[in-house]
Design a protein around this ligand. Structure first.
Ligand SMILES: Cc1cc2nc3c(=O)[nH]c(=O)nc-3n(C[C@H](O)[C@H](O)[C@H](O)COP(=O)(O)OP(=O)(O)OC[C@H]3O[C@@H](n4cnc5c(N)ncnc54)[C@H](O)[C@@H]3O)c2cc1C
Length: 260
């Protein structure tokens, strides 16, 4: 790995200053994606800003009907949280086991891997991403493969999830990495039914035909008449586009059946 300057700020203002202070600076959260990327020399940041020393970025709060998860909260903490289990059990089931003690929600969504689980949860549950500069609705956050609405000097500080009436997540994991070949979050929210699909396309997306079908009747049966178009879906060594399209239907049905 190349040389870099390591910063460990203890507050958000210092982190933002360090991030804006060098053109090739990068935030490091759990390092689960960033460190391997640096090892492969696909990223060569001049400065690494470690968020681990900033207490205000950690933890989970349930206030009224909103669950707020700090950006540096790990997948394990989300999975184990009594508040999450009570308000949004579908979110508690989402952390991947291998890296759950280091990987963070902020790192996962900032990275926006096409096969990551959290983007589906955030889009499906109509969450709001809070940064050191603004609030971004999930519908405006995920822009494309590994691309988000975040500016280069912007830091995710937390994610707020409104408690849904019901939600469920089902994932067909890649047997080697456990990343989603296809994962579907289905939620009955105050604003209507939302269906968010990860793994199938270049970035997480909403499946509007399924949303319409489930608005009529929130049941796996209601999805039977919906055909998923394989145009634009991923085709790779793990699976062809038409196989992924088929999995979207199967996972959506399982997610609805599991919703609580
Ligand atoms: C073997 C393996 C298997 C995995 N399986 C799965 C899986 O099944 N499902 C799944 O969803 N994920 C999976 N992951 C991903 C993992 O769970 C982490 O979410 C992911 O690696 C990123 O989180 P991190 O905290 O490690 O971020 P880092 O690697 O530290 O950072 C990732 C990127 O986000 C940026 N960043 C980090 N935090 C912030 C912030 N607060 N604000 C702005 N930018 C930020 C960094 O600059 C970097 O570009 C897997 C990873 C590995 C290595």
């Amino acid at each position: 790995m190349h040389d870099f300057t390591y910063h460990r700020p203890t507050n958000l203002a210092d982190a933002a200053k360090a991030l804006g202070g060098a053109s090739e600076a990068k935030i490091i959260a759990g390092g689960m994606t960033l460190v391997p990327t640096m090892k492969q020399r696909l990223a060569s940041p001049s400065d690494l800003i470690d968020l681990a020393g900033i207490a205000e970025l950690k933890g989970i709060k349930l206030e009224g009907s909103t669950v707020t998860v700090g950006a540096m909260t790990t997948h394990a903490e989300v999975a184990d949280s009594a508040d999450v289990k009570k308000a949004i059990p579908a979110l508690a089931g989402i952390g991947d086991p291998q890296v759950r003690h280091r990987g963070t929600i902020g790192g996962s969504i900032s990275n926006n891997d096409p096969a990551a689980d959290y983007p589906a949860a955030i889009l499906g549950l109509d969450a709001t991403i809070v940064t050191n500069k603004r609030k971004i609705k999930a519908d405006d956050f995920f822009k494309g493969m590994f691309e988000t609405a975040l500016a280069g000097d912007e830091i995710v500080t937390s994610v707020s999830f409104p408690k849904p009436e019901k939600a469920g997540y089902a994932k067909f994991p890649n047997p080697a990495s456990r990343y989603a070949m296809v994962g579907v979050m289905v939620a009955k929210t105050a604003g209507g039914v939302r269906v968010a699909v990860t793994g199938a396309g270049p970035s997480v997306f909403r499946q509007k035909d399924m949303e319409k079908a489930l608005s009529g009747s929130f049941s796996a049966d209601a999805l039977k008449g919906v055909t998923v178009d394989s145009n634009g879906l991923n085709s790779d060594i793990h699976g062809a586009a038409d196989y992924r399209a088929h999995l979207v239907g199967v996972m959506a049905g399982r997610a609805v059946a599991a919703a609580k």
